[in-house]
Ligand binder design. Structure first.
Ligand SMILES: [Mg+2]
Length: 268
């Protein structure tokens, strides 16, 4: 333990701050990864600013923070940046604080949209929509597709959290947000702006949340070569790959700035 613990601190010393992925790094499907809490406590003890950055659409930052605390990781909602947060910030920039939004997503996502101050429109009032926000949810239907695509075709800002077409479930791959976005794009003839990893907006928001001065050296720590490491490098950051989830990594030209075997190894 002491050797690897010191190595983490040494790695921390070469950066001013970190963005840390959750699934596959801190937990797997909310099952804690052994050693992650201790490793994160070590980062905190080293005085390095860090925030958790996740594409997960299904829970709010406050809920993510609560799960982190249950796993012994000190975190409040400001410590978590989600693709949903980033999507709402992009939308605010496009249509203002209290604009009219038609949104597709879980009840939790719709609550987040309303909680952020936007006016949430029912499907039959799609003509009023200034923005159309698309995320995955299990009751997606034709009326939603119709409202979203017609509003987008009429010129509403069209944005989503990500383009992952599927999500792994116990009985195989279920259609994910990307499949629903593809349907809205096909029906509207528009291309959605993407807030989440590997696109730049979520990295920019994460870095701003760190509160570091211009030119600070920031690394993203994640388990996906394309989404985490490649996305971070395109956004001007460095990428540290936590191995162990290789089935998710397509063939790619991306080279991580550092490889770590897993946070579990830190306490072995
Ligand atoms: Mg991950």
């Amino acid at each position: 333990m002491p050797q690897l613990y010191c190595w983490l601190v040494a790695l921390a010393d070469s950066y001013d701050g970190f963005l840390i992925d959750l699934d596959g790094v801190v937990w797997l499907g909310h099952e804690p990864i052994e050693g992650a809490a201790k490793a994160i406590a070590a980062l905190a003890a080293a005085g390095k600013p860090f925030v958790f950055v996740t594409n997960s659409p299904r829970v709010t930052p406050a809920e993510q923070a609560r799960i982190l605390r249950e796993q012994g990781i000190e975190a409040d909602e400001d410590r978590v940046v989600t693709a949903g947060d980033t999507l709402l910030e992009l939308t605010r920039k496009e249509i203002g604080e209290a604009g009219k939004v038609y949104a597709i997503g879980t009840s939790g996502f719709l609550e987040q949209v309303e909680g952020a101050g936007f006016q949430l429109l029912p499907a039959e009032r799609w003509q009023e929509a200034e923005a159309v926000l698309v995320t995955g949810h299990p009751r997606f239907d034709y009326d939603e597709l119709k409202a979203a695509s017609m509003a987008a075709r009429a010129g509403a800002f069209l944005a989503t959290i990500g383009r992952d077409p599927t999500m792994p479930m116990p009985d195989g791959l279920w259609p994910g947000t990307g499949s629903i976005v593809a349907a809205v794009e096909a029906a509207s003839g528009r291309t959605a702006v993407v807030a989440g990893k590997p696109e730049r907006p979520i990295f920019d928001l994460g870095v701003r949340r760190l509160g570091l001065p211009e030119g600070a050296r920031v690394a993203m720590i994640g388990d996906r070569l394309d989404t985490d490491v490649g996305g971070a490098q395109k956004a001007g950051l460095e990428g540290i790959l936590v191995a162990g989830n290789e089935s998710h990594n397509p063939e790619t030209q991306v080279t991580p700035n550092h490889n770590i075997s897993s946070l579990l190894d830190l306490t072995d």
